[in-house]
Every structure is written in structure tokens, then in C-alpha cells.
Write a protein that binds this ligand. Sequence first.
Ligand SMILES: Nc1ncnc2c1ncn2[C@@H]1O[C@H](COP(=O)(O)OP(=O)(O)OP(=O)(O)O)[C@@H](O)[C@H]1O
Length: 326
Amino acid sequence: MTTNPIIELDRLTKSYGTKKAVDHLSLKVNKGEIFGLLGPNGAGKTTTILMMLGLAEPTSGQAVVCGINATRNPVGVRRKVGYLPDSAGFYDNLTALDNLMYVGRLNGIPEKDIRSRARNTMEMVGLGAEMHKKTGAYSRGMKQRLGLADLLIREPEVMILDEPTLGIDPAGIREFLMLIRQLSRQQELTVLLSSHHLHQMQQICDRVGIFVEGKLLAEGNLETLAGNLFGKDSFVVQVSLREPLTAPVEIERQLLALPGVNKVSITEGNVDMSCSTDITPDIVRFFVRSGLNVTGVHKKEYGLDEIYHRFFEQNTKKYILNEQAV
Ligand SMILES: Nc1ncnc2c1ncn2[C@@H]1O[C@H](COP(=O)(O)OP(=O)(O)OP(=O)(O)O)[C@@H](O)[C@H]1O
């Protein structure tokens, strides 16, 4: 993946009266990247997307997508960007293939190519066997796949998907997310996803932005976010021993002398160490050299769940109070 920004938001702001729905949002998303805009209801995700598509005018700042200023040239942006809202609409009494061919015609695909392009696109999203069914008989998951086909047939450079998994069952969600990832990787397609589902974002995003009350609190991959948040305690290693330590105080002192170990906690046969870098091999060597019988080594990885909740813990009790008031 290149570091070639295809989405550039510069201090993008949208106010409704005194309410700032989006507040000085600056962000770059690179070509081919899958970026997740993660935040609770009302965080400003949809407003941001609408400004990126030139469908809402920023109060200040700018959104440039594929090198085009979305406010000055919304039509130009929409030619390059495919947008899947949380529910895509189709003509229920037409077959899926006919729906897609209709979209193709509207988008100026030459008549002689339309049928084959539509068929290929249906295959691409895994609906090859269902293309002659009327969309009225499609499940929610199938409709979302058809929504993707509707974007892909226009050959976009960027896909923006707003809560794309809403209403799909768990097995369907996983398949749908994997399909997005596969399409992005195969075609070097940039994808911006908005969601408040941590686990889903964790499955497919290269980077996520944590967005609360119109502000981007942090962005990065999971490792960077964990590093920023948990700081010097980013890596937690737990070593289990067959026998409880006979001289815990001395072991604690020696462990703290290892470069990178910040905290040690000993309970019976378990030793937990918070470290600023991943020094698991050094720790294991230490225990072996000390003649202790190691029965297990576990390195704790911070997931998006912990990162997200830690942000809320750190970033305003006010936010939590507001949530409770709802
Ligand atoms: N047209 C509007 N007029 C007034 N306020 C609005 C308007 N559109 C959005 N808002 C407010 O701006 C804030 C951000 O809304 P937005 O829909 O962008 O959030 P969101 O993160 O997409 O939420 P959700 O996950 O619920 O869709 C909310 O407080 C919302 O009430």
C-alpha cells in the first residue's frame, strides 16, 4: 500500500446553530487503505461523509477527495466516489441484474457492455447464482451485496460505506466484511467505513479513527492506538510458573532492572510485567536462567474494545454522563 493520500480532510467543521456536529477534523486516508470511522451515535460520522461527497457544505475547513474539492466540485467527486448509505434502495419488482443494468445505463456505460459488466459485477460480489431473482425477494445481506455491486459497476476510486452491516445476521456480516476487504485488496480500492461496531472494524480496517462529539480523538492502527493510550505499559506479559516464588521481592527487583520493564506484579505462581516494548524473549530468558519452571507465557494484546473504552474513561466523564442521560 502506498502512502498516497486520496482523502484529505483539513480542519473540516460543520455547525448546526451552536452545535458543532464536526469539529476541526483533519485526516488523511491513503490509496488502497481501509479506514474505519468509529464512534457512537451522533458522533458526526454521517455529517463528515456528506461533506466528503459535497452533499453538505462545511462551515469551515475543506474535504478533498481524489484531488477534488468536494464543496467546489461535488459532481466531480461523486464520479469518483461510490457511496453506500445504511440502506440502499432498488426496484423490488426488477431482478437484481436488471437493477444493476439500469444503474449502469444511468452512469453512461455503453449499451453493448452493460449486460456483461453487470453480470461480472454480480459474480464479483458473490451474487452470480441469484442475479435473476427479483430484489424484493432479496435478504438484507443480499441487498447490501447488491449495493456494493451498484458502486463497483461505476468503477469508483473510493467507496464510502455508512454502517454497511446494519441488519445483517452475524454470519452474513463476516462474509460481507471479508468481501469488502477482498475487493479493496484486489482493486487497490480505498474504503472508508463508518460504524460503531468495534469488532467489525477490528476485523477489516487497516486504521481506525475514534470519533466522539465531532472530534477525532485518535487515529492509527491498533498497535499505534494502544501505544498512545497505554503509553509505557503497552505490552503486558504474564509468565506462569509451576511453583510459587520463594523470593518474590528479589525476583521483582531483578525484573525491574531489565530495560523496558516498568511494573511487576506477583501473585502465587503468576508474574505480570508491564513493559514499554515487547521484550518477551528477554523475560523468558531471565526466568529460565533463574532456574524457575515456566509453564506458560502469555502476551496481552490490546483490542479495539479496550482502546475505545479507555478513550471514554480518559476523555471526559461528561461524555459518559451524557450517554446515561439519553
Ligand atoms: N440537519 C441537521 N440539523 C441539525 N443537527 C444535525 C443535522 N444533522 C446532524 N445533526 C446533529 O449533528 C450531530 C452529528 O450527527 P451525525 O448524524 O453526523 O452523527 P453519526 O455519527 O452519523 O450518528 P449515527 O451513528 O447515529 O448515524 C448530531 O448531534 C445530530 O443531531
